[in-house]
Ligand binder design. Sequence first.
Ligand SMILES: [Zn+2]
Length: 412
Amino acid sequence: MIFCTLILSALACQEPLPSEVRVADLKAHIGFLASEELEGREAGKRGGHLAASYIENQFRRLGLKALGENGSYRLPFQLRKDIAYNVVGVLQGTDPELSKTYIAIGGHHDHAGLGSQLSGAMGFPNEIHNGADDNASGASGVLELAEYYAAHPLQHSMIFMTFSAEERGLLGSKHLVESGILPNSEILFMVNLDMIGRLTKDYLFVGGLGTAEEFHPLLDSIFANNKLQLELDDRGEAPSDNTSFFHGGIPAIFFFTHIHEDYHMPSDDADRINYAGEVQVLYLVQAVVAKLDKESSLTFNNLGGMGMPADFMDRMMEHYQRINERKNNKGKLGVRTGGVVGLGLAVDSVRPGSAAAIAGLQDGDVLLIVNGRHTVDMDQLRRALASGLKGEKVTMQVLRGGDKVELTAILQ
Ligand SMILES: [Zn+2]
């Protein structure tokens, strides 16, 4: 070190930067995955497919190896009547021996769609549940780490994965582990990133640390020297995809920045992500991975039980209370519509005394635009009104006897 500070520039002598994980990249990935266009990325639906294709394109851009048919990174599985896709890419390691085994990094890309009850939506039906933290944050973390390691390969080979149908009960990761497509017995350990975008007061949960005998001896010094406020847990199960790998006999570590008031709500949006915080989480993941990359094998330890933050249930109860309050506060317009008439929906009846009646809506009017949305069918009207709470304004443009009339209602 002294030698190089004398001879070379100081810069050349510094340790290489731990990471090139970038806030701007995370913003781009999460911004897209949690955009309205993806309609909450429900497994088996259009938005879920768009998410899988986006991730596939990233894996292809990075030059990862595909495992699917015809060079596809998307691995399909049946989800009742629908098809859903896990996305998997493999990166070759640098060491002739160690590269025969894999370090796997994953996180789910699906979320609760347009208020899908099956996928655990907690908002109203037809509201878009964007799922920026849950789990565009984790899927984007997988992409960002894939980009980093593609440029700086480890000794071990790596598997990068995003899962579908996590919100339906870990179905995508379970399918992947049981499918025989992954080299399960050659996976050294798995890292699961689920909800890592809302770092608050530097709190981070790290679970599954008892699932390999070597985790604590090798990693405790990293955790002790980290400035994040870590809650460490040994148990191998959680309501997330690390569980599927643990059940497959693979040591699995789970990173999670905890739930919050937007959990499974339509307000889980990209602008609420703590991007710099997510970078901190990914730095820690990198430190853990770098340490374990030196190991030729790990000893699986079958330590089950739900490994979640100690106050998880308390926080969930608070959350349910907020959700119930919101449900009781759902606003009504008081209009019944009939069929589609031209570019709008015919008003069949207006309930006397309702928000619509007070606004001056009349039987026979045709709703053209509601809250900025062209109401060309019932779906559009439902979406326009989906998030409305009592006391909120609804703007309407209606066609009445050849004239366009603008009305404003206050939901009741
Ligand atoms: Zn979720």
